[in-house]
Design a protein around this ligand. Structure first.
Ligand SMILES: *[C@@H]1O[C@H](CO)[C@@H](O)[C@H](O)[C@H]1NC(C)=O
Ligand SMILES: *[C@@H]1O[C@H](CO)[C@@H](O)[C@H](O)[C@H]1NC(C)=O
Ligand SMILES: *[C@@H]1O[C@H](CO)[C@@H](O)[C@H](O)[C@H]1NC(C)=O
Ligand SMILES: *[C@@H]1O[C@H](CO)[C@@H](O)[C@H](O)[C@H]1NC(C)=O
Ligand SMILES: *[C@@H]1O[C@H](CO)[C@@H](O)[C@H](O)[C@H]1NC(C)=O
Ligand SMILES: *[C@@H]1O[C@H](CO)[C@@H](O)[C@H](O)[C@H]1NC(C)=O
Ligand SMILES: *[C@@H]1O[C@H](CO)[C@@H](O)[C@H](O)[C@H]1NC(C)=O
Ligand SMILES: *[C@@H]1O[C@H](CO)[C@@H](O)[C@H](O)[C@H]1NC(C)=O
Ligand SMILES: *[C@@H]1O[C@H](CO)[C@@H](O)[C@H](O)[C@H]1NC(C)=O
Ligand SMILES: *[C@@H]1O[C@H](CO)[C@@H](O)[C@H](O)[C@H]1NC(C)=O
Length: 567
């Protein structure tokens, strides 16, 4: 297995291939390194300047574009570009130059030739997908010659009533945390800059590089917080078909990277291909999937802005959400016999309770003693008006259900991993506890367990109005299976650790907090294995203002570390 984070005590070290694939930063403390990929893009070749003009261009801009020639080359979004009046039929894609086209002939002649390059080597080079395990979906293709025309057939072809069809791609987009941090945030910032007239103007598609990946409710959920017509589909669904010719006013692709045709890593077959489709012009685009969508307007509070906007956007898609959340909470209480009388008309107030979700995963990294933890919590904490419940996204049948499940919680506890991404849906002042897998000293997977900075997933809670904690599991969590990779081994968590978290933090912080920032800091520091990555707290209880504090520290020394040193 690849060892990603090594021991070097270097801050901000870059490796040689970082030039291409973004920059890897190693943040190292004494015991562990946290490795992050900061999505950053190199200077791009002129081929891939793109634009994302979801708003109509002004007559003045239109004029500038015409003077400057090419409609698709404005605006500073180097990994999005668009093709206009494009059709998909039979074995390929072509531009419609016919009477239904909205571009004049001159502009048309400047439409680029484009080839989407799905090349194992190139993808591996730009990211770190292991080329050996990647089953690239070659059913997806987009190759179009700038002079392709004359194929439009009025009897066969028709334009979609949705003007913009947006394809999003990012590496590891089968994993929700990665999708959130590589696609959703960049897209939100872009849409803020180029807001569409209405949700109906955009239909979104996901491009999964890997053939086996598919759309999950989580994808749907997060995308439904951004403008689009709610008809999410796989990019594959746009591929040319014999039985119908479909045309689109605008096809926008985001999450791609320009490839220089002289790139030495470019496979020979693609060079040939470029020659075939390039029409001998300089106006051609060779694009390859890249890390994700570049952020264009990031601020220190970007994760909070994203969270607020998504929750707002998602909520607008559903009716009576507050009532449904209330109903779900009542059901939880009812199921545990905590509602006096009957579920509909109990006078007991759900607001008196705090709801704590324990995240269950069915395979890989499952929480073995989750049931003991649930029993412990409900036996010992119901008297304090804390009720625990199992949260399993795989049990949900819709994006709405996922939203309600998480929006109902005051606290959410689970192992580092994609399902904690839904924690961003917690209400303000919510508490997140990320259980950090045991990683041997300098072992593979350090980025899942770091305490000097948020974990690779945890960054999404940074500077939000949530309290994000971590707890470092030791070998007691995995007994005989500690030698397996963190990503596949199951774990136990001492119920006393959870009890301590509930009584120290869930009871006193969060909703109706009686803890100041200092209290939270001190309580965390007294517990070596806890870290408080992001506190949303009051400097003093007399002030109503809440601020963000970060109480990072070096990874705690675990008893096991001595033994680890031997290997
Ligand atoms: C486009 O590329 C695909 C895959 O390489 C190929 O099967 C198809 O024939 C090409 N279409 C055109 C019009 O060149
Ligand atoms: C484009 O050129 C074709 C002939 O090549 C002509 O029939 C058509 O009207 C022109 N369209 C526009 C918008 O100028
Ligand atoms: C950039 O983000 C800030 C908030 O962080 C927002 O107020 C501003 O409108 C954004 N700018 C653009 C051009 O969208
Ligand atoms: C489409 O039609 C072409 C020729 O008419 C044929 O070779 C091809 O197999 C057909 N493709 C599909 C998916 O039916
Ligand atoms: C592509 O075309 C150029 C000039 O037309 C030629 O020099 C070059 O060898 C061709 N490359 C390939 C890979 O066919
Ligand atoms: C509460 O529900 C019970 C059983 O459905 C019903 O008999 C009772 O009248 C209800 N009380 C109120 C106040 O609606
Ligand atoms: C929190 O305070 C509100 C009033 O501000 C009260 O109604 C509610 O019961 C309190 N909740 C808890 C869990 O103490
Ligand atoms: C927890 O209990 C449920 C039934 O209450 C059972 O289906 C599940 O397998 C148990 N989980 C574990 C990890 O023991
Ligand atoms: C988890 O705890 C159970 C019960 O104590 C024990 O039987 C099991 O071996 C533990 N598993 C791991 C992986 O630590
Ligand atoms: C936190 O700890 C510091 C240092 O031990 C102490 O000075 C301070 O009074 C403590 N604050 C609170 C709120 O307990």
């Amino acid at each position: 297995m690849e060892k990603r984070a090594r021991s070097a005590k270097v801050i901000g070290r870059r490796d040689a291939s970082a030039r291409r694939r973004g920059t890897n930063f190693l943040l190292c403390g004494v015991y562990t390194c946290c490795l992050f990929t900061i999505i950053r893009f190199p200077n791009l070749s002129p081929y891939i300047l793109g634009s994302f003009p979801l708003a109509p261009t002004t007559p003045q801009q239109q004029q500038q574009q015409e003077d400057g020639g090419r409609l698709w080359e404005i605006v500073d979004t180097p990994n999005c570009f668009h093709l206009d009046n494009i059709c998909s039929w039979k074995d390929g894609w072509f531009y419609d130059h016919g009477p239904h086209s909205t571009l004049d002939n001159t502009t048309h002649m400047n439409q680029p030739s484009a080839a989407l390059i799905l090349d194992k080597q190139l993808i591996a080079e730009h990211g770190w997908h292991d080329p050996g395990t990647l089953d690239i979906d070659f059913r997806i293709h987009l190759n179009i010659s700038s002079t392709s025309h004359g194929q439009y057939d009025d009897n066969m072809c028709s334009y979609s009533s949705t003007p913009n069809h947006l394809v999003v791609q990012s590496f590891y987009n089968d994993m929700m945390g990665e999708f959130y941090a590589r696609t959703i945030i960049g897209l939100q910032q872009l849409m803020r800059m180029y807001p569409p007239h209405s949700n109906d103007d955009i239909q979104t598609y996901i491009h999964f590089i890997n053939k086996k990946w598919r759309i999950f409710e989580g994808h749907e959920l997060f995308l439904s917080g951004l403008p689009n017509n709610n008809e999410l589909d796989n990019f594959l669904s746009l591929m040319p078909r014999n039985d119908s010719c479909r045309c689109f006013r605008r096809l926008i692709l985001c999450g791609y990277h320009g490839v220089d045709e002289h790139d030495e890593t470019l496979d020979g077959q693609w060079k040939e291909y470029v020659n075939k489709t390039g029409d001998g012009q300089q106006n051609r685009y060779l694009i390859s999937p890249t890390h994700g969508i570049e952020e264009k307007n990031a601020s220190a509070s970007k994760w909070q802005e994203l969270r607020v906007e998504l929750i707002d956007g998602i909520s607008k898609r559903y009716n009576d959400l507050d009532q449904k959340i209330r109903g779900y909470q009542r059901q939880v209480l009812f199921d545990q016999g905590l509602l006096g009388g009957d579920i509909e008309n109990s006078t007991r107030n759900v607001d008196e309770w705090k709801f704590v979700g324990l995240a269950r995963r069915k395979y890989r990294r499952s929480w073995l003693n989750i049931n003991d933890t649930l029993s412990m919590c409900n036996e010992r904490f119901q008297q304090h008006h804390i009720v625990c419940l199992i949260v399993d996204v795989e049990d949900s049948e819709s994006a709405e259900e996922q939203l309600i499940m998480h929006r109902s919680l005051d606290a959410f506890i689970g192992i580092h991993g994609a399902q904690l991404t839904q924690g961003i849906l917690l209400p303000s002042h919510g508490l997140m506890l990320e259980l950090l897998p045991y990683i041997p000293l300098n072992g593979w997977g350090g980025w899942t367990a770091c305490t000097e900075a948020p974990t690779a997933l945890g960054v999404i809670f940074e500077n939000t109005d949530l309290n994000h904690f971590g707890y470092s599991l030791g070998t007691e969590s995995c007994s005989s299976s500690c030698n397996l990779g963190f990503n596949v081994r199951d774990f136990n968590v001492s119920t006393e650790v959870i009890a301590d978290f509930l009584s120290t933090f869930v009871l006193k912080a969060g909703k109706n907090s009686t803890m100041t920032c200092d209290d939270m800091k001190n309580e965390t520091e007294e517990r070596e294995r806890f870290v408080l990555y992001n506190a949303f707290c009051q400097p003093s209880l007399s002030e109503r203002a809440f601020i963000n504090e970060h109480y990072y520290h070096a990874r705690p020394r675990l008893e096991e570390d001595e033994e680890d040193k031997e290997d």
